[in-house]
Design a protein around this ligand. Structure first.
Ligand code: PRP
Length: 179
């Protein structure tokens, strides 16, 4: 196991401000409408919980678990559903909630799948982090919390080998052998 340390790069306070801004926009756009949130597990679970509590529309929630990375750090492009949504979303206003968009492969695949399989009335995406460095698919993001060029980050739902998801702030992983 390579040695690394964590350096905080997005504070709890900045995350809260970001959540306030995102939820205000979503509340304006969906005023008077019902909304279904679909969180992509596991990474989105904390972001989705904090976002949902700021929304004023009547909201129903569900989760999907997608597998695209396996044990690798880069997506293999072969996306599959390992836990599907359980509520019917046909004809609903759906907002997919994602923690981070990296290559864009996972989200792009899932949006196409949702459209084809469930025919929602509307389909938008809210991503906490839009990370550009490795983008391969130009997937449209309707609500973005913050943009990042590069860096390997953990905390606030994001993991490194399943660790650090519970950190309240976002941290960059700095490997000691690359310093
Ligand atoms: C991460 C993240 C996104 C996906 C983005 O999930 O939560 O779902 O990767 O990658 P992409 O844009 O390159 O396709 P991961 O597969 O690591 O699972 P996790 O959420 O359980 O950590």
């Amino acid at each position: 196991m390579r040695k690394y340390r964590l350096v905080e790069c997005v504070s709890k306070e900045k995350l809260e401000r970001c959540l306030d801004e995102l939820s205000s926009r979503i509340n304006r756009d969906y005023e008077g409408k019902d909304l279904v949130l679909i969180g992509i597990l596991k990474g989105a679970f904390i972001f989705m919980a904090d976002l949902a509590r700021r929304l004023s529309s009547p909201v129903t929630l569900d989760f999907v678990r997608l597998s695209s990375y396996g044990d690798q750090t880069e997506t293999c492009g072969n996306v599959r559903i390992t836990k599907d949504i359980e509520i019917p979303v046909k004809g609903c206003n759906v907002l997919v909630v994602e923690d981070i968009v990296d290559t864009g492969i996972t989200l792009n695949w899932y949006l196409e799948h949702l459209r084809r399989t469930y025919c929602p009335e509307s389909l938008r995406v809210c991503a906490l982090i839009d990370k550009h460095e490795r983008r391969q698919v130009d997937v449209p993001l309707d609500y973005v919390g913050m943009r990042m060029e590069s860096g390997f980050i953990v905390g606030y739902g994001l993991d490194f080998s399943e660790n650090h998801r519970n950190l309240p702030a976002i941290h960059e992983v700095v490997f000691e052998d690359t310093e």
